[in-house]
Write a protein that binds this ligand. Structure first.
Ligand code: AOS
Ligand code: ZN
Ligand code: ZN
Length: 386
């Protein structure tokens, strides 16, 4: 296989998971601008996700959020997804929207609140059993706002104890993916604030526990690709929540704010052997002012473009320049790949996959947007917390 053929083959196997909540109405704490035609239930979210997959060919799975996607029969929902050509992906838990969780969930000082949170997490594993999902994605809003508010170390003990119980419930082929976030909603001390804390817990839990890197969850200036490289070296990178940000956890379209950062991350993924089924490439975004389905299509395309550029890096030339200490040449090799216009290559790849070369245009022409506006009245609010 020529090198280009290998790049194309790799691009054809790409899988980007879209989040159910991105299809519903969302907003900031100031206002939710409701859009017409948004899904009213989980099935309609899946129907929208199927449109994204139909035009991109690389978005075959959808992440669910419990209870936002609560249904009576999860196996039936999985079957419905299958009929649409999709699969259900990560199950995202919610231990942050009930009044009981004001001071935390599995880190709470009150054992009754911890029990409630744990029962929810165990229920999420039951749902995975029914849907065939392999990943339980945990993000905890737990933390404190004021110094002295609670004992930081005891909260870690409670966290470890809770995670161990959930971990023990995992079946074969199931993973626990632990997400970190440096602040918000807690403003003083978040209980899982950084990759180091997440990594330490996952290491103690065992090989089914891995870390999720949400690209919007770091302090400004953080070198995320370094974290990616480190976690891959340790076999602890479980997946990504992709989105982009200018300030904090903005949840904008991935690749919109900083496509160069996305390329650097994808380069470390490719370099570290993480491009494949063992790392989940999920989107975690909210489309507050832009039309949702096209925004998700654009996001998937942005990930594809960054991936194509990462795959195009001339790694041999880079290694030579690095060995020779040729700083400028090494940098130039990387930048050559980044500065390549990969849109024609991706258009070719899509053609070879039997897809329209222009996913955005294909969606526009499909008539789906007008159809859902006509058919769906009173669409769903995605909920807070993305
Ligand atoms: C919260 O900030 C996190 O990014 C979560 O990954 C996520 O958005 C949430 O779990 C979705 O419900
Ligand atoms: Zn996230
Ligand atoms: Zn987030």
């Amino acid at each position: 296989m020529t090198e280009l053929a290998a790049v194309k083959a790799a691009l054809k196997t790409q899988a980007v998971e879209t989040p159910s909540w991105a299809y519903g109405n969302s907003g900031t704490r100031f206002k939710v601008f409701a859009q017409q035609g948004v899904p009213r239930d989980p099935r309609e979210k899946l129907a929208d996700a199927a449109q994204v997959h139909a035009v991109t060919g690389v978005a075959p799975t959808v992440a669910l959020h419990i209870p936002w996607d609560k249904v009576d029969d999860y196996a039936a929902l999985a079957k419905y997804a299958e009929d649409l050509g999709l699969r259900l992906g990560a199950i995202n838990s919610n231990t942050f929207q009930d009044d009981d969780y004001k001071l935390g969930s599995i880190c709470h000082a009150d054992p009754a609140v911890r029990r409630k949170a744990l029962d929810h997490l165990l229920e999420c594993v039951d749902i995975m059993d029914a849907t065939g999902s392999t990943d339980l994605k945990l993000w905890f809003a737990d933390g404190t706002n004021y110094p002295g508010q609670d004992d930081i170390r005891e909260r870690q003990d409670r966290l470890a104890e809770g995670l161990a119980e959930v971990y023990g419930r995992l079946g074969d082929g199931q993973r626990l993916l632990l997400e970190y976030k440096f602040f918000e909603p807690a403003f003083y001390a978040t209980d899982v604030p950084d990759w180091g804390t997440a990594y330490a817990h996952c290491l103690k839990l065992g090989e089914k526990a891995q870390v999720v890197v949400d690209t919007g969850h770091h302090a400004p200036g953080t070198n995320i690709e370094f974290i990616v490289a480190t976690l891959l070296r340790e076999g602890k990178l479980g997946g990504f929540d992709f989105n982009s940000r200018f300030y904090a956890d903005d949840d904008l379209m991935v690749g919109a704010a900083d496509p160069f950062q996305l390329f650097r991350i994808m380069y470390e993924v490719v370099r570290g052997g993480g491009y494949g089924p063992d790392v989940a490439f999920m989107l975690d975004q909210c489309h507050n002012i832009e039309p949702k389905i096209p925004a998700i299509i654009r996001s998937v395309m942005n990930v594809q473009e960054a991936t194509a550029k990462a795959l195009l890096v001339d790694r041999e030339a880079l290694a030579v320049a690095q060995r020779e200490g040729d700083v400028l040449e090494a940098n130039a090799v990387l930048m050559d790949a980044y500065n390549t216009d990969v849109r024609p290559l991706l258009a070719e790849v899509r053609g070879e996959m039997g897809l329209d070369a222009d996913p955005m245009g294909a969606y526009r022409r499909s008539g789906w947007a007008a159809k859902i506006v006509e058919e769906r009245v009173g669409g769903q609010q995605a909920g807070w917390g993305a």
